[in-house]
Design a protein around this ligand. Structure first.
Ligand SMILES: [Zn+2]
Length: 334
């Protein structure tokens, strides 16, 4: 394990917000030889020494994050490229929505990241994150590191300017259900303006889908797989088999009785809010079947139906699942 752990493979989860990406990463993190680090794009921004890790410990005392933090501090003192796991660290502009409108427009129109960010900055970003990913793999004794960051922009930076082998899982969810989940969260945050803002949320969703689709077309076909949240929660065995065949290594979610997905042994503090509500003593999350209907009001459902007629990206996406007994394929070199 030690020699392999020096060059881990990154499993990057790409998907829309509220489409089950955190759950997918948690499921994959239960496999032997795989470590789930959550949304690595936010490990700097969300790091607070007193914050709880999903293992129940505070980050400053967590057996996974505390050594990584100490190593990162040593690296930075030696002027090596490293993440800052410190309270004052903010997000990189690449990982925020707060770009100028013209930068968003250029990315939407298909310009590469280099047209928006200086190349040296992208190289530094990729180098710091690759160093962290290698350290996380070493710390966990893992061959694969799962990054649930979702963002096409981050993936492009790591692909074009980094040196890690990257395999991409595109997690899809029925688009109207993903839109419903997005609006539900938006209404909770801002109860007075949700109706006016619904078209903006839809536009942001289309923007994200467009950037995702453009990037995935540039990937070698054997390095990308499309799987759905609906399959994960209703047919986890078939999803395990499909992922095992694709990666060439056994993937096991270790689903327990009553569809409970254990989180024991995982150390995650970025991503969906349900992570913060895990019971530290027996942390599990239940795989529940999807709702029969999306959580949309009639007006929102009409808006979505009209948009779907015009925008093919809003249609459900194809998925090819293997039966649970499917054999592994030989793993190609990274
Ligand atoms: Zn922990």
């Amino acid at each position: 394990m030690a020699s392999g752990a020096a060059s881990p493979t990154l499993i990057y989860i790409l998907g829309l917000p509220f489409s089950g990406t955190t759950l997918f990463a948690a499921a994959m993190g239960n496999s032997d030889g795989v470590v789930n680090c959550g949304e690595i794009s936010f490990v700097e921004k969300d790091f607070m020494p007193w914050k709880r890790c999903s293992c129940g410990a505070r980050l400053a005392e967590c057996g996974f994050w505390a050594p990584l933090r100490a190593e990162a501090a040593r690296d930075r003192a030696a002027e090596k490229p490293a993440l800052a796991l410190e309270p004052e660290a903010g997000p990189h502009p690449l990982d925020t929505r707060m770009l100028p409108w013209h930068a968003h427009l250029r990315l939407f129109l298909g310009r590469p990241l280099d047209a928006v960010f200086p190349e040296a900055e992208l190289r530094d970003y990729a180098a710091r994150h690759a160093r962290f990913i290698r350290a996380a793999a070493r710390q966990a004794g893992a061959l694969f590191v799962v990054d649930a960051s979702k963002s096409p922009r981050r993936l492009e930076a790591l692909l074009r300017h980094g040196d890690l082998p990257i395999w991409v899982v595109v997690v899809s969810r029925q688009p109207d259900h993903a839109f419903g989940a997005l609006l539900k969260r938006a209404r909770r945050r801002d109860p007075s303006h949700w109706l006016i803002k619904a078209p903006w949320h839809l536009a942001a969703m289309v923007y994200h889908l467009r950037c995702m689709d453009r990037l995935r077309r540039t990937l070698p076909p054997d390095r990308v797989i499309e799987l759905s949240y609906e399959s994960l929660v209703t047919r986890p065995g078939a999803v395990e088999a499909t992922l095992s065949h694709w990666l060439g290594t056994p993937v096991c979610f270790k689903v327990e009785a009553e569809n409970a997905l254990p989180m024991r042994g995982q150390h995650v503090y970025t991503g969906s809010r349900w992570l913060a509500r895990l019971d530290a003593g027996a942390p599990t999350v239940t795989l529940r079947p999807p709702l029969a209907k999306p959580e949309l009001t009639p007006a929102e459902a009409r808006l979505f139906a009209a948009a779907r007629r015009l925008i093919p990206a809003l249609k459900p996406r194809p998925e090819r699942l293997l039966p649970p007994e499917a054999p592994l394929r030989p793993r190609s070199a990274p």
